[in-house]
Design a protein around this ligand. Structure first.
Ligand SMILES: Nc1ncnc2c1ncn2[C@@H]1O[C@H](COP(=O)(O)OP(=O)(O)O)[C@@H](O)[C@H]1O
Ligand SMILES: CC(C)(COP(=O)(O)O)[C@@H](O)C(=O)NCCC(=O)O
Ligand SMILES: [K+]
Length: 244
């Protein structure tokens, strides 16, 4: 069995697989005593652990320590690459790209050959464009929904509100409405921009992942939800590197 891990800035997603079949999966918190919360697969049955992470070096080391003490199996971190199987990174310095972005793009590359957009609505929102030949055209990094709400709460003295996941984009008539409608309005505008870029670049598919994926689809993003695109891409790369 192999254990795949996507350790983001907010949450850690994990999946145990045997010959391509998902045995179990879950979500944990990276800097908790049990980041693989809920995992019941026998420890001895895990033959390797493969990880995609964008967490800090301290958190990465702590995760590595946890995995080494729990499993008697090799642990490999996978990072962004210049190219793989026809997918070509736009970054000059590919090592600076978040591993999650590369793995999500590679997951998408397994599914779509007609040009695609990957939207990962996690702690930060990332948008990446890939043309039908596999050339990454570049992307965008924006603060995520939760991050924006937190910055309004902590960096402005008189903005007090309860966050609400509304889809309402009408002008607000209270602080709460102005903030909550404001975020829906901003993300609605982003969704239209993605749609217009995709049309202009001739990209047919939009694949959406991350904790706020459904919210973006609710705001009109015409994409297909792939909840574990990062793990899918990581799994494909891990299989290739193990000759599977
Ligand atoms: N149960 C949850 N716990 C934390 N965040 C959640 C939850 N459900 C939805 N979210 C949203 O998902 C975002 C995090 O998405 P995720 O893909 O897990 O991020 P990351 O990959 O950065 O760890 C948060 O910013 C939040 O808005
Ligand atoms: C942009 C990100 C913070 C997104 O990670 P997330 O918020 O989903 O945990 C991550 O991909 C990252 O740290 N990237 C490094 C910078 C770059 O991709 O250029
Ligand atoms: K992510």
């Amino acid at each position: 069995m192999r254990l795949l891990v996507d350790a983001g800035n907010s949450r850690l997603k994990w999946r145990v697989e045997q010959v391509g079949q998902v045995i179990e999966e879950g979500v944990g918190v990276l800097d908790s005593s049990d980041p693989l919360q809920g995992m019941s697969a026998p420890v001895g049955a895990v033959s390797r652990v493969s990880i995609s992470t964008v967490a800090s070096e301290d958190k990465r080391q702590a995760l590595l320590g946890h995995l080494k003490s729990r499993f008697n199996a090799p642990v490999t971190f996978y990072w962004a690459e210049a190219r793989r199987q026809g997918l070509v990174n736009a970054y000059n310095d590919f090592s600076r790209m978040g591993a999650d972005r590369w793995h999500a793009m590679y997951g998408a590359w397994q599914l779509s050959r007609c040009g695609f957009v990957v939207v990962d609505a996690g702690s930060a929102v990332t948008v990446d464009y890939v043309d039908p030949s596999g050339r990454h055209l570049g992307g965008f990094i924006l603060p995520g929904l939760h991050m924006m709400l937190r910055s309004l709460k902590t960096d402005a003295a008189r903005i007090r509100f309860d966050p609400a996941q509304v889809l309402d984009t009408r002008p607000g008539a209270s602080t709460g409405e102005c903030v909550n409608h404001g975020l829906a309005w901003l993300f609605g505008a982003m969704v239209r921009q993605i749609d217009s870029d995709a049309k202009a670049c001739g990209l047919k598919d939009v694949l959406v992942t991350g904790g706020d994926a459904e919210r973006l689809i609710g705001l009109g993003l015409a994409g297909v939800h792939h909840p574990s695109l990062v793990l899918d891409g990581l799994g494909a790369i891990d299989a290739e590197d193990h000759g599977a």
